[in-house]
Design a protein around this ligand. Sequence first.
Ligand code: GLU
Ligand code: ZN
Length: 258
Amino acid sequence: MIVITRFAPSPTGYLHLGHVRNAIEVWNFAREHGGKVLLRIEDHDRQRSKPAFEAAIREDLAWLGFAPDAEVPRQSERDAAYREVLSGLVAQGLVYGCTCTRAEIINSHYEGTCRNLTIGLRPDVGWRIRIEPGVELFDDLRIGPQQQDPSAQCGDLLIRDRLGNWTYQWAATIDDYLQGVTHVIRGEDLLDSTGRQIRLARLAGRPEPATFLHHALIMRSPGKKLSKSDGDTGIRELRARGFSREDVTSMALHGPPR
Ligand code: GLU
Ligand code: ZN
């Protein structure tokens, strides 16, 4: 099997140390396994994505020396592919329209309010997929065996919002499937999404799920996670302050200067 992984930034902000940590893990994994890295621009959220962020991300990646083996189409160009996969699920009666607002959804668990209301898949409503109860088992390459029940975690999954944006869960899952991604390497803050993505991929017809590795996040100090709001983690700023590529790589592995 040829290992194919991906680096998939959202152009909704600048590159920061968290991205760099992820890039290091992705490229190292690919190198160790004789695999390839795909670059995928995840601009599924058309309101928040900006060309200026994308340009800056590319520039910072190049400065850091991360060169992808191939680039796949950006998510905003994948409407036809997402619709094509969805049509199979629509034919099985698994998709419905939802008019609930975010405020009505408590603790990010959707209670299925619109499940039986037969609201059509209109462009101005959310689209959801029925998620039946059941556990997804997977073996994370770093953290070990996991079990998650997506129905208990979040209920029926939103795959397209009322603004006509495909959601991260849907776009990333369908892309990982159709682009032949065998290994998803990402931060452990996304561990909770994995059961959902495995379920969605199966519903979409993926014969075998991808393999997942969730790496540790950078710590500011022991036990304290780094957040974007820590402010000094932007690669632009660090470059402007005179840090070298080696300095930035080391911060991404061991934490920023205190
Ligand atoms: N675009 C997502 C992010 O930047 C990618 C997450 C993933 O690797 O699945 O958080
Ligand atoms: Zn609803």
